[in-house]
Design a protein around this ligand. Structure first.
Ligand SMILES: Cc1cc2nc3c(=O)[nH]c(=O)nc-3n(C[C@H](O)[C@H](O)[C@H](O)COP(=O)(O)O)c2cc1C
Length: 175
């Protein structure tokens, strides 16, 4: 069965704060009845396939999962003031309008608050460039908002708010 909600983790780190927020968002969407969820760890996909050097079964399956989903949740660490290169190479493989008719939630974590606007200046246009309807409530967390990998309550609340908005929008969005 294809997942109605697909999460894309763009962190290359094996233990990842942005991925932790992604997992919370997927759990919130599942609780709200948005359908089955699937998390795709982009760092686990073969690099040759991601870089377009050759066709790759796993990368093709990931692209198909995105095309079949109704809600896409994207998480990334901030690298050099914007989203990760890992996320970028995956998005470069998506066809034009690949996310048309889909709702998207942008999530990012950074070392500090200085690059907070990367959600609005980086992730939001990235998602809009392939046609996604992006929620107003994007999420940005700083490393100081995590204790032993667990996000503090205000950050969890922001994830809940974004998931609520995505669920409401998705129920009214037609392809
Ligand atoms: C190569 C590299 C570049 C980074 N660049 C930035 C940056 O420009 N701005 C920032 O706020 N944090 C930066 N950071 C910190 C990470 O964004 C931050 O620790 C983030 O929470 C990591 O997410 P993750 O645990 O999901 O991988 C950088 C970290 C690395 C490893």
């Amino acid at each position: 069965m294809s997942a109605s909600v697909v999460g894309l983790s763009g962190s290359p780190a094996p233990v990842s704060r942005s991925r932790a927020l992604l997992e919370l968002a997927l759990a919130a969407l599942e609780r709200q009845g948005s359908g089955p969820t699937r998390l795709i760890d982009l760092a686990q996909l073969p690099a040759d396939g991601l870089l377009g050097r050759r066709e790759d079964r796993e990368v093709t399956a990931a692209l198909r999962a995105v095309s079949e989903a109704g809600v896409i949740v994207v998480s990334t660490p901030i690298y050099r003031a914007t989203y990760s290169g890992l996320l970028k190479v995956f998005f470069d493989l998506l066809p034009q309008d690949a996310l048309a008719g889909k709702v998207a939630i942008p999530i990012a974590t950074g070392g500090g608050a200085g690059h907070l606007l990367a959600v609005d200046h980086g992730l939001r246009p990235l998602l809009a460039s392939v046609g996604a309807l992006v929620v107003a409530n994007g999420v940005y967390g700083t490393d100081a908002q995590f204790r032993n990998g667990v996000p503090e309550p205000p950050l969890v609340e922001r994830i809940e708010r974004a998931a609520n908005e995505a669920a409401a929008l998705a129920s009214g969005v037609t392809t």
